[in-house]
Structure formats: structure tokens, C-alpha cells
Design a protein around this ligand. Structure first.
Ligand SMILES: [Zn+2]
Length: 231
């Protein structure tokens, strides 16, 4: 149910999608633009954000046009929540008990600013956390994500010393950031079990089909990650 399968759209653009009875989520590969995405979902409403690497999460509303935020919660069908990424981690979520789903943009700045903590509070106010499943989308894996000690210091301020050493890995005197482990740490600290967390697992830096900011230094090529409620 969780594993997305490859599909093609009208312009021969490829994307991955997984559909269950209640939810559909997916992500595009190279070559997609905003208009392609809007055409793909011509029969539904699409919400894109002005993403700013902060902690704000908005509820999907027809009145919103590109609000400044980094996460979207949806609770009605046919509304497509979209997060753009190119190495940062898209975190999808959905409830198995009520109509509730969404997606959050998790880069290192957003994680340090508290977007995942913010998501936990928001979800707790809507449902039992035990009913929610999380999907770690395609992102840069730690082996490819070298950072400097300024970023390490930010994580050491946010997490315990022990946790910080699991999130920032040392290898050959270099520092590497594990975005997925950072998110997993916050989820499990909120009593989300490992069985509720799925990992799609493709590295944006290694997979040439996926846009990667670090690999191409392109300011425009992005993965469009989306989720919506089917009915
Ligand atoms: Zn890689």
C-alpha cells in the first residue's frame, strides 16, 4: 500500500504514486513544472506554498494563494497539498481513523525551527497519534549530505547530546547530516512507533532522475510531492 509505483503523465513526464482506499500520495521526477502539476490535477484544487524553511503549517483553504508556510494539513477530499523539494525531506502523513492528511517540508532549518514538533501538536489536537502513519519521501541521504560545524551546533542546541551524535554522523573528520534520523527522533520522542514510519528511500543526490540542489545547483528544478484524500 505504501510503496509508490511509477506512472507517466500526458507529456511523458514520470512520477511515482501510491493509492490506498482513502489517500493518494506521490512525487514527480525531473522535468516537471508547476503548470504540469496543475494540469495533472485539473479536476481538483491544488495548494502550493511559498516555502521559507520555517515552522508554519497551514490548513488547506480555497482562499489561500501561495501562503508563506512549510506544511499543509488537509481534511476534505480532492484537495491536493503540495510541497516542493530538491534534497530536503518531504514528510507525508495520514490518519487511518479520520479524514486527515498532509505534508511537511523538512530541511535542516525547518527541523531546527520546530516544524516537526509543531506538526505533532497539530495532529494531537485532531486525532490520536497512534492512528497516524508517516512517510519519509525522497531526500538527500546522510552519506551525501556533508555539513559544516555551524549546522552541527544548531542540532546540538535542539537535541540531546546523544541524539545529536546519531543525527550528525562523523566520517573521516567530515560531518554528515541525517535528515531522516532527525525527523524519526522527533516522531519517536512523541511515541510514534517505528511501525508507523515508512521510508521511500531514494537519494536525491544519487538518483539522476530526481532534482537535487546539491548535485545540479539548479534554482528551479524541484520534486513536487503531493497528497490528497480520495473521497
Ligand atoms: Zn546519495
Amino acid at each position: 500500500m505504501i510503496k509508490p509505483v511509477r506512472k507517466e503523465s500526458i507529456r511523458n513526464l514520470s512520477y511515482y504514486e501510491s493509492k490506498s482506499h482513502f489517500y493518494t500520495f506521490g512525487y514527480t521526477l525531473k522535468g516537471w513544472g508547476e503548470n504540469d502539476l496543475i494540469n495533472l490535477f485539473a479536476d481538483r484544487k491544488v495548494l502550493l506554498l511559498n516555502q521559507v524553511h520555517q515552522q508554519k503549517i497551514v490548513s488547506f483553504s480555497d482562499r489561500l494563494f501561495k501562503p508563506e508556510a512549510d506544511g499543509i494539513v488537509v481534511s476534505a477530499p480532492f484537495r491536493v497539498a503540495v510541497i516542493k523539494t530538491a534534497d530536503c525531506l518531504p514528510l507525508f502523513f495520514f490518519s487511518t481513523s479520520v479524514r486527515l492528511a498532509g505534508i511537511v517540508h523538512c530541511g535542516w532549518r525547518g527541523i531546527v525551527a520546530g516544524i516537526v514538533d509543531n506538526l505533532m501538536k497539530l495532529l494531537e489536537s485532531r486525532d490520536k497519534l497512534a492512528n497516524i502513519f508517516f512517510i519519509l519521501g525522497a531526500a538527500i541521504e546522510w552519506q551525501c549530505y556533508e555539513i559544516k560545524d555551524d549546522v552541527q551546533a544548531e542540532f546540538e542546541r535542539k537535541f540531546s547530546k546523544q541524539k545529536a551524535t546519531e543525527i550528525i554522523r562523523k566520517n573521516d573528520h567530515k560531518l554528515f547530516l541525517d535528515l531522516k534520523e532527525a525527523v524519526r527522533t522527533i516522531l519517536t520522542e512523541n511515541k510514534i512507533s517505528r511501525e508507523q514510519i515508512f521510508n521511500i528511500g531514494s537519494c536525491t543526490y544519487c538518483n539522476p532522475e530526481l532534482p537535487s540542489f546539491r548535485r545540479t545547483k539548479s534554482g528551479t528544478d524541484r520534486i513536487y510531492n503531493y497528497i490528497y484524500i480520495n473521497e
